[in-house]
Design a protein. Structure first.
Length: 95
């Protein structure tokens, strides 16, 4: 059975995790504490990969290699299997 990696879902999950993982807060205009999301470099450092690699993945320019996939999935708390979709095989042509 053929499977396809869902890069869009993977990139979105990374972006969502960056937005919800704050390392610090700052005081907003109304005096309320506002969380500051992780930047690319901080995210990459937390995962253990390079900033250019995480940038290419989140911009959907390149697919992660297996080591990167496993590292990011561990950081996200997700199974790598959740990013693979079954693709129905194309019907064979008969002459």
């Amino acid at each position: 059975m053929p499977y396809k990696f869902n890069l869009s879902k993977f990139a979105k999950d990374i972006a969502d995790a960056r937005d919800t993982s704050s390392v610090r807060t700052v005081r907003g205009l109304e005096g309320k504490e506002v969380p500051v999301p992780l930047g690319l470099r901080s995210t990459a450092m937390a995962i253990g990969i390079s900033a250019p690699t995480i940038s290419r993945i989140t911009r959907e320019i390149s697919y992660p290699d297996m080591e990167t996939l496993l590292a990011v999935c561990a950081w996200l708390g997700e199974s790598p299997c959740s990013y693979f979709e079954h693709v129905a095989p194309k019907p064979k042509r008969t002459s």
